[in-house]
Design a protein around this ligand. Sequence first.
Ligand code: HEM
Ligand code: CU
Length: 444
Amino acid sequence: EGELPIIDAVLTYAPEVPPPIDRDYSAKVRVKMETVETVMRLADGVDYEFWTFGGQVPGQFIRIREGDEVEFHLSNHPDSKMPHNIDLHAVTGPGGGATSSFTTPGHTSEFNFKALNPGLYVYHCATAPVGMHIANGMYGLILVEPKEGLSKVDREYYVMQGDFYTKGSYGQQGLQPFDMDKAISENPDYVLFNGSVGALTGDNALKANVGETVRLFVGNGGPNLVSSFHVIGEIFDKVYVNGGTTENHNVQTTLIPSGGAAITEFKTDVPGEYILVDHSIFRAFNKGALGILQVEGKENKRIYSGKTKYRVYLPEGAATQSIANTKPAPQKVAANKQQRIEMGKSVYDNNCAACHQPTGLGIPKAFPPLANSDYLLKDPNRAISAIIHGLNGKITVNGEVYDSVMPAVALDDERVANVVTYVLNTWGNNGGEVTPTQVKAARK
Ligand code: HEM
Ligand code: CU
């Protein structure tokens, strides 16, 4: 194989898209990205600790050509608390690059892949807890242009939807922590284009002139919701369905799966405000999934005669009503230590193994081992506390220093007792039992 010319990728932040590729040959494209954890604005008066590719949500847009070979450099900022990686849906290979790119804070990973299939693809972090990394904003788009290129248009924009879960409800002021319960029940407080309320409205509105062709590269990072993407007042002349090769024409609303994308194209005919929405419409007017394309130019009263302002579409607020809860059936409890260990195994598999691994050996420099952990075995109360309160700051486990964050795991007293007892009696650990009473006391 001959050597390919080496090119540094042009990466852009939303809503900008890198320029079309004018090469007619394959290249080796070097992509350098950095994962950054940073507090930013989610809505007016509301901040959120985002985890990002490149410091913004969505991450930078990558544009390459079918047949290119990519040399990917993923750096994790030294100030990060978490390890991160990248799974690019444009990659053919296990994990889409996830395992090869797993990177602890202050390190850089490199891996290579060949872009075999043209299309618009999502990339995202796939480090445990995967849902949390994606919910915090770790996604973006990579376009693999077909060899023959895409048709020429006047404007190209990058829009990516994501759902966000905060302890407080929509608009509640201040720094809002991530809410895992709402994420699991797929009940977001915010559904957003480009990572914040208003990222595509007011001064940030997308712009075009009458008579221009507009191409939107639209992705959906999820983590949960499927988008019914629609532009109020426009019809998509063309949609590359799911970001693939199939073209659909004359489309009103196009579905964009979580972890999927679409390319939509249309020509503007009359001036005014065109509103980008997720047509699951409460998300648009009550949860933030609303952007504006401002089109300027000459009226054409024959195509459209009326008012051009959609003043009726103002946010309506998001206060909800509730009814009193009924109590769930009582939970099964362990009758003895042996049952505790057995019941603890499934708690471990479901809540701990993603990080500490089914083997209990953890992942070096990222997740400490529980098997023969001197830290754990010295005092099981440390495990109870790590689960119910979370754990962060420097700790030393078997001579290795960890300075990371373990999220609190919302389990009841019984399940905490069972999982710690399981951990204390597995992988050669030396026994012991923790009771729900002990856990209850530790919560104080
Ligand atoms: C630390 C147990 C879930 C990430 C620890 C420690 C224990 C423990 C006993 C103390 C260090 C040691 O002995 O090795 C558990 C149990 C879990 C659980 C029983 C499930 C109920 C998780 C999850 C994650 C995680 C889901 C990843 C998101 C960590 C990290 C540390 C740690 C990063 C080190 C924290 C620091 O550097 O201060 N865990 N863990 N753990 N765990 Fe977990
Ligand atoms: Cu991540």
